[in-house]
Design a protein around this ligand. Structure first.
Ligand code: SAH
Length: 357
C-alpha cells in the first residue's frame, strides 16, 4: 500500500492530520472527523485501490504466493490486516482457507463486504470494519496473517506497527506472517538533470531568489522512478526485518554503508528501495522495488545531496543512515544521512536530515 505522495490534495490532508493531532482530544470528539479519519480517508477512495491492484508486480506476487502454496492455507484461519477491497482475503479463500477475517478501517470496508458477497465467499470471509487496534475478533487465535502494509521507503505510514500488533495479539505460536521479510537497500545515482529541475530551480525563479525554499525541498525525499543507467555505485543492504520476530522498535535503526563507485561519475543523490520476501513458501518468492526491477507504484526514494560528488571508479562513499518514526507524527519518517568521500578529486564529509511526509 502507499498513498499517492505527489498528489497535492494528499499533502493538504496530511497537514490537516498534523493540525488535528495537535488539537486537544475534546475538540476531536466533538467534530465529525478524528485525526485517524484524515489518514484513513485516502483509502476510502477507489483510486488508491485501483493503483495498487493494477500494480501487477505487487498483486500478482501475493496471488502467486497464495495460489502456489495452498498447503499453507488448507483449513487455516487467516487474518487480513488492512484488507482494502478484500483482494488478499479472496485469494486466501480461493486457496482453501477455513475462514478469513478481513479487517479494514476505511469506507472501502463496505465495498469489500459487497465484493465478498458478489463472489460467493460470504461463508468464508468476514469483513470487519474498524481499526485492527480496536476491533473485536470473533476468534482468539489465527494461523496466518496476510498484509500489504509497505509504504514508500518501506516505512512511511508506519502500518508495520499494526501488523506487529495483530501478530502479538492473535497469531498462534509458529503461525505465519505473509510477507515475513522486508529489506531496505541504498545506492548512489547521477541525477544532474532532475536535481537542477527540482532543487536548483529555486535559485532563480523568473529572476528572483527563492533559494530559501530549496532547503525545504532538499529535506523531502522524492518518490520517483530512477533509470538503472543512472546508478554509479553498487547497492548495499541497509537493514533486514523479520516480520515474524521483530519488535516495533526494530524499525528505528542506524545502518552503516560503503558504496563503491563502478565507474568515474558524479553523484547527486542516494536512492533507497526495498524488497519483500515470503520465505515460508515451497519456493521462496518475493519482489523488489529497486531500479533494476520492474517498476512498482512504490517507485524509489531519492535523497538529494547538498553538493555534487565527483567520484572515481573504485572509490568508496562511506557513511550511515539513521531511520526513525517522527516523534510527533509516527506515520512520518525522519532520516539522518552521514556520508564522506575521501577521493582523488573530491573530499566531502557531511550530515543531512530528511523527512518523509
Ligand atoms: N490489502 C489490500 C489493501 C492494502 S492498502 C490490497 O492488497 O490491495 C492497506 C489498507 O490497510 C488500506 O486500505 C488502509 O485503509 C488499511 N489500514 C491501514 N491501517 C489500518 C488499521 N490500523 N486497521 C485497519 N485497516 C488499516
Amino acid at each position: 500500500m502507499s498513498v499517492e505522495d505527489e498528489d497535492f490534495e494528499e499533502r493538504a490532508e496530511s497537514s490537516n492530520l498534523d493540525d488535528a493531532m495537535n488539537e486537544p482530544a475534546e475538540t476531536l470528539i466533538g467534530s465529525d472527523k478524528t485525526s485517524a479519519d484524515y489518514y484513513f480517508d485516502s483509502y476510502s477512495h477507489f483510486g488508491i485501490h485501483e493503483e495498487m491492484l493494477k500494480d501487477t508486480v505487487r498483486t500478482k506476487t501475493y496471488q502467486d504466493v497464495i495460489y502456489q502454496n495452498t498447503f499453507l492455507f488448507k483449513n487455516k484461519i487467516v487474518l487480513d490486516v488492512g484488507a482494502g477491497t478484500g483482494i488478499l482475503s479472496l485469494f486466501c479463500a480461493k486457496a482453501g482457507a477455513k475462514h478469513v477475517y478481513a479487517v479494514e478501517c476505511s469506507l472501502m470496508a463496505d465495498m469489500a463486504k459487497e465484493i465478498v458477497q458478489a463472489n460467493g465467499f460470504s461463508d468464508v470471509i468476514t469483513v470487519l470494519k474498524g481499526k485492527v487496534e480496536d476491533i473485536v475478533l470473533p476468534v482468539s487465535h489465527v494461523d496466518i496473517i496476510v498484509s500489504e502494509w509497505m509504504g514508500y521507503f518501506l516505512l512511511f505510514e508506519n502500518m508495520l506497527d499494526t501488523v506487529l500488533y495483530a501478530r502479538d495479539k492473535w497469531l498462534i505460536k509458529d503461525g505465519i506472517v505473509l510477507p515475513d521479510r522486508a529489506s531496505l537497500y541504498l545506492t548512489a545515482i547521477e541525477d544532474a538533470e532532475y536535481k537542477e529541475d527540482r532543487i536548483e530551480f529555486w535559485n532563480n525563479v523568473y529572476g528572483f531568489d527563492m533559494s530559501c525554499i530549496k532547503k525545504q525541498s532538499m529535506m523531502e525525499p522524492l518518490v520517483d522512478t530512477v533509470d538503472q543507467n543512472q546508478i554509479v555505485t553498487n547497492c548495499k543492504l541497509l537493514k533486514t526485518m523479520d516480520i515474524s520476530k521483530m519488535s516495533s522498535g526494530d524499525a528505528s535503526f542506524t545502518a552503516p554503508f560503503k558504496l563503491l563507485a563502478e565507474h568515474d561519475d558524479y553523484i547527486h543523490a542516494l536512492v533507497a528501495y526495498f524488497d519483500v520476501a515470503f520465505t515460508k513458501c515451497h519456493k521462496m518468492t518475493g519482489f523488489s522495488t529497486g531500479p533494476k526491477s520492474r517498476a512498482t507504484h512504490w517507485k524509489q526514494t531519492v535523497l538529494y545531496l547538498e553538493e555534487v560528488l565527483t567520484i572515481c571508479k573504485g572509490e568508496a562513499l562511506v557513511g550511515s543512515m539513521t531511520v526513525a518514526p517522527n516523534t510527533t507524527n509516527p506515520r512520518d519518517v525522519d532520516i539522518m544521512l552521514k556520508y564522506s568521500l575521501n577521493g582523488q578529486r573530491c573530499q566531502v564529509s557531511r550530515t543531512q536530515h530528511y523527512k518523509m511526509r
